[in-house]
Design a binder for this molecule. Structure first.
Ligand SMILES: [Zn+2]
Length: 852
């Protein structure tokens, strides 16, 4: 394992020696140690860690390594820095046992300084507070520490204390960037000094550890494997009366429990007790506090909870499926309370249970974690923004229950997009506002899901992994705001930009503010639109020209520091990606501004270089082995795109119904006028050899697709998917055997319900049609999609965009292998893993997005 580079940013500040008073604690004089660090005679692992990190930071600041002694060592000097639950601290009424678990205390006594806190981590927090507030030492990412050097250092009298605003602040999994170094010593220190509760061997107590696991736990209590064959009645019933017992090999997904079943309740109570007792035994063995949170929460990825008559009666009475769920959770919580009064039973308001029940109230030992479903609210806007009203009302519904409340927030968007295709967005202003709201609403627990491209997602979800703008700021700033929601945002940003970008702080701050300002003025919500729509809306030509000016300035300002430049290259990867996917649109929409844009060849060259330089600073060799092939696909895809592939407006030609005759022949005049899209290989490393051309036209009634191929190259089958870009829309997929003459097509529909759940629409009412035809030289297909099929359930927003933006994907399947698509409509394609068939969709704007 290679050593990570560590960027120590030296910030010159006022010397601490200017105002030295007799009462000050002398730490170092001219680079020589003038003090000692003292721990309790038997320090806890956290106290020993705190002392070590303090000595390390002081050495970076002063050049002197302070010796660390235990309090029972002989011949200790009379003064020093007392770290943890020392006898000295207790003598002065600072006793760890009497402090709250995460509370910290910094107090000068004569020429000594006490740094102590509640257990387990409070003492570490006292040290990190001391370093940050008194010495300006901050840890901005796992590789970037900001140090203000003082070879001579004295500390004036201090008396400060505090505790984080939320008992649990759990941000995952973007450290550093998550994978696979996540959990390693580098990221661990970064997370802990910034008070993130879920990282690290030096665990935080209280709610941070959960049993049997963090979320979606039903299958851990009653699994499909154990009971499906013998007791199908334990599992949820669907609308047709069938019990859904198949968890498809994932005990946290696909099945749910019948929560009114008496045996289910009995078994869950029995097993809850066993989980709690097992955890106690393990904790004792590991010499730590046992977890006090039992998680009892619905599984993931299903289309409904239990619809049996008993469960449904409660849901009907309570106006929400949260009714039967909470009634069940309360029952279990009551059964545990006498024997285990310290245990909180945590459950989720998620999918079907987002809406609070009418009459039921959670028991005092139940915590409800409200999950902002897959970023149902727009993460770039605070929850108080009118555009997030729906989520806000759902949250208020639970808040009104006056129960123990947690929040699971998404700082990422789940959406399909081509590998390596990124769009700028930032949510720090929203975090600032939301954390105050949650704190004032009595929330105790924050869980933040914020995977970056280097979070856990890069391998499991290569097609929805994101490269987020200013991701290091999101993680560091997010942790800071979860700790202290009231701190001044401007000051926080100053600290970050000065430390992270050094002499490039000013242009990088300008880029950050522009992204935040621009998204604030957009009428669309980032969660409602697909990646390309957001990219196009955010990145108009003026934005891109300004972004490049600031990035150029930033690179020039840091020319002497290649490592610091990787922080800027990281942001340039996102802007360059947007450029590579938008270039023709940018040049066409504003030719005057576009003359300042860089040349495509130059952007392609540095895009590859930026990725290389960046990932080599954040991955070890194991991580590089996993990350490089994924990144390579995105880079090659961008390299395979031609400038003419990257125009998005008016790709479909508007015609009238009388213009078209559905006969499978593309002989109508308008087909010759329509612009052509091409197919690209699903694997961008394969040659670009598909001769298929695709043309689009539309009327008020329908969308028409014309596909043409040379007869000797004709595909056996096309799969056509058309989806409303608004997430509240319908999707229909046609598997279309080509060239068999006139035929009806059976589409498959699904739609999103009001709570973001997916509902299958069973009545196939589509009138969509296709016709195929052959001549001696060409094979052609004409398709008709009725708008009424696609948008009938969509409530358009005031701009009507739900009716105007669609995603179209056409995949071709050769005769030799009718299962594996080899080509996909340009330029939205690519599966990176065998079997990954999620399509990428060609954006289809019937009108320009800029009209909104
Ligand atoms: Zn039931």
């Amino acid at each position: 394992m290679r050593n990570y580079l560590l960027l120590v940013v030296l910030v010159l500040g006022l010397s601490k020696t200017n105002t030295t008073r007799a009462s000050d604690l002398k730490i170092a004089t001219a680079g020589k140690s003038s003090s000692v660090i003292v721990t309790p005679a038997k320090p806890t692992p956290e106290e020993a860690t705190a002392a070590d990190w303090l000595a390390t930071a002081l050495q970076q600041v002063t050049g002197a390594r302070l010796p660390i002694h235990t309090e029972d060592a002989p011949h200790l000097p009379p003064h020093g820095m007392l770290v943890g639950d020392t006898a000295f601290a207790r003598k002065h009424s600072i006793n760890s046992a009497q402090l709250k678990p995460e509370e910290w205390r910094i107090k000068s006594i004569g020429h000594s300084l006490i740094l102590a806190g509640g257990r387990p981590r409070g003492t570490i927090y006292a040290v990190s507070e001391f370093l940050e507030q008194e010495l300006g030492v901050v840890y901005l990412d796992p590789f970037t520490e900001v140090i203000t050097p003082h070879s001579t250092l004295s500390i004036p009298a201090i008396d400060r204390h505090g505790q984080p605003a939320f008992p649990v602040r759990s941000l995952f999994s973007g450290f550093p960037y998550g994978h696979p170094a996540n959990g390693g010593p580098v990221s661990e220190k970064f997370a802990i000094v910034n008070k993130n509760t879920n990282n690290g061997r030096v665990s935080s107590g209280d709610y941070a550890r959960m049993i049997p696991t963090g979320v979606h736990t039903f299958g851990h209590f009653i699994s499909s494997k154990e009971f499906a064959a013998t007791h199908p009645e334990y599992f949820a019933m669907d609308a047709t009366g069938k019990r859904l017992t198949d968890d498809m090999g994932n005990q946290s997904a696909w099945t749910q429990l019948c929560v009114t079943n008496e045996d289910v309740r009995r078994i869950v109570i029995e097993r809850s007790k066993k989980f709690i007792l097992d955890e106690r035994a393990t904790a004792e063995k590991e010499q730590r506090e046992p977890s006090r949170v039992l998680v009892l929460s619905q599984n993931d990825n299903t289309s409904n909870l239990c619809l049996c008559p008993q469960c449904k009666a409660i849901a009907d009475r309570e106006g929400s499926e949260s009714g039967p769920q909470l009634e069940f959770i309360n029952h279990v919580a009551r059964a545990l309370n006498d024997e285990f009064p310290e245990i909180t039973v945590m459950t989720e308001a998620y999918n079907f249970t987002l809406q609070a029940p009418r009459t039921l109230t959670p028991e005092p030992n139940v915590m409800v974690r409200f999950i902002d479903n897959y970023g149902f609210s727009d993460l770039t806007k605070p929850l108080t923004d009118p555009r997030n009203e729906r989520s806000m009302n759902l949250f208020r519904g639970w808040q009104a229950k006056n129960c123990q409340l947690g929040v699971w927030d998404y700082w990422r968007v789940f959406q399909q997009h081509p590998a390596g295709s990124f769009a700028p967005s930032i949510n720090v202003r929203a975090i600032h506002s939301d954390m105050k709201l949650f704190r004032d609403s009595g929330v105790k627990l924050m869980t933040i899901e914020a995977e970056d491209v280097f979070g856990g997602g890069i391998v499991s979800e290569p097609t929805s992994a994101d490269m987020q703008s200013f991701f290091p700021l999101r993680t560091w700033g997010g942790m800071k705001l979860m700790d202290k929601p009231d701190q001044d945002l401007n000051q926080l940003l100053d600290t970050f930009f000065r430390g992270y970008y050094g002499p490039a702080a000013k242009p990088m701050r300008a880029l950050y503010e522009r992204i935040a300002d621009r998204q604030a003025e957009l009428p669309i919500r980032v969660v409602d639109v697909q990646r390309h729509v957001w990219m196009e809306a955010m990145c108009n030509t003026v934005f891109m020209v300004d972004a490049y000016r600031w990035l150029d300035e930033a690179m020039a300002a840091t020319a002497s520091d290649p490592f610091q430049q990787t922080h800027i290259q990281r942001e340039r990867i996102i802007i360059d990606s947007a450029f590579l996917w938008l270039e023709e649109h940018l040049r066409q929409s504003d030719p005057a501004q576009a003359v300042s844009l860089p040349a495509r060849a130059e952007v392609l060259r540095r895009h590859r270089q930026d990725w290389h330089d960046f990932i080599h600073t954040v991955f070890d060799p194991d991580g590089l082995k996993q990350a490089e092939p994924i990144i390579e696909i995105g880079v090659q895809l961008a390299e395979k795109l031609k400038r003419e592939d990257t125009t998005y407006e008016h790709v479909a030609l508007q015609i009238s119904e009388s213009d078209i005759q559905l006969d499978g022949l593309l002989t109508e005049t308008f087909w010759q006028q329509a612009s052509t899209s091409r197919m690209l290989p699903r694997d961008p490393r394969q040659p670009n050899d598909d001769p298929t051309s695709i043309r689009l036209a539309w009327t008020d009634k329908a969308l028409y697709v014309g596909i043409e191929q040379p007869i000797d190259k004709a595909s056996a089958t096309f799969s056509v998917t058309l989806m409303a870009a608004d997430r509240a829309g319908l999707q229909l997929t046609l598997i279309l055997p080509q060239n068999n003459g006139r035929q009806a097509v059976n589409p498959y529909f699904y739609k999103y319900d009001a709570n973001g759940g997916i509902v299958a629409v069973n009545d196939q009412k589509s009138q969509s049609k296709s016709w195929g035809a052959k001549s001696n030289t060409t094979s052609t297909t004409e398709l008709e999609f009725l708008w009424s099929d696609l948008v009938e359930s969509v409530t358009p927003d005031p701009q009507g965009h739900a009716k105007r933006d669609f995603l179209l994907n056409i995949e071709s399947y050769p005769a030799a292998d009718s299962k594996t698509a080899t080509h996909s409509s340009s330029p939205w394609l690519i599966g990176t893993q065998p079997g990954w068939h999620s399509g990428y969709y060609k954006p289809l704007h019937l009108k320009s997005i800029n009209e909104r």
